[in-house]
Design a protein around this ligand. Structure first.
Ligand code: ARG
Length: 290
């Protein structure tokens, strides 16, 4: 007779899986009819490398379709001739609680995009505050619940962080970027939901990294390899994370954390130094009055 009999079957405990919840979003995207690489304002841009215009259109349309299939609304602003970077709609504004802060671009090549985005938002009924200091919209201003993570170092001026706090009434945390390849905060940090983020630690100054560790001790740290295919330039609805298909380890980490990664290939846009998030401006509605 065995001395080890027991009534309880031997089971291996499964790791706890957090349930993630999606919320419906409204996005603005700019059709890449006029996308091209004809100047260099970030290290990814090489005007001598040709852009495949048909492929850009296909990849962009596939991204739009992906959002629609996930149940989100997608608005489209047409691009304008002579503004080859206008496809990067995240740089068009920052929209929180149904109100927008306009942008003011660092480089002259993009200056004229600002008024086109502001006009689209106003026509949509969104109140727009003009920007004084240089800010490049959601490229540098990420919303994490009721907190804004604001990048500086390459594009947006620290003075714009004060304007952002004034325009939104939210807490704004200034984070300094130090690697020119990750010149906007949305290339170095992804917002997964109201509490969780993923980021590339070495893209931030020591002080900024320490601040992130304090605020988000459970953040996913992403490798340079995955960040270099713009894996962090991702868009999440709280559960579904639309992410560069090439960021394989990050995709595995997202799945392990209970998210549903939705891989999308935007390789042709990377020639302009942009990816999924860069092509997507979130239009956050006014809070429902109680
Ligand atoms: N070529 C554009 C620039 O350098 C790319 C912008 C990418 N946008 C972004 N949100 N990271 O301004």
């Amino acid at each position: 007779m065995s001395t080890h009999t027991t009534d309880v079957p031997d089971v291996v405990a499964a790791p706890p899986v957090t349930i993630r919840t999606a919320t419906k979003r409204r996005y603005l995207m700019c059709r890449p009819t006029h996308f091209d690489v004809v100047y260099t304002i970030n290290p990814w841009m090489h005007p001598e490398v040709p852009v495949d215009h048909d492929l850009v259109m296909q990849q962009w349309e596939n991204l739009r379709r992906t959002y629609l299939d996930l149940g989100h609304d997608v608005e489209v602003i047409e691009g304008a001739p002579g503004l080859p970077d206008m496809v990067f709609a995240a740089n068009g504004a920052t929209v929180v609680d149904g109100r927008a802060l306009a942008v003011n671009f660092r480089y002259a090549q993009r200056t004229d995009e600002a008024a086109l985005y502001a006009a689209w938002l106003r026509a949509d009924g969104i109140e727009v505050t003009d920007a004084v200091a240089t800010n490049e919209g959601e490229g540098d201003f990420l919303t994490v619940g009721r907190r804004m993570l604001a990048g500086t170092g390459f594009r947006s001026d620290p003075a714009s962080h004060v304007e952002l706090a004034g325009a939104t009434g939210l807490e704004v945390v200034t984070l300094e970027l130090v690697d020119p390849s990750f010149y906007h905060i949305d290339t170095a940090l992804a917002v997964l939901d109201d509490e969780n983020i993923a980021y590339l630690p070495q893209a931030f100054s020591l002080a900024a990294h320490e601040r992130l560790q304090e605020l988000y001790p459970d953040a996913i740290h992403v490798s340079l390899e995955d960040a270099s295919v713009f894996g962090l330039n991702a868009v999440s609805d709280g559960r579904n994370v639309v992410v560069a298909a090439q960021a394989t380890q990050f995709i595995a980490d997202l799945a392990a954390a209970g998210y549903h990664p939705v891989p999308v290939d935007l390789s042709e846009l990377l020639k302009g130094g942009g990816g999924i998030k860069c092509c997507t401006l979130e239009l956050r509605p006014a809070p429902v009055q109680s």
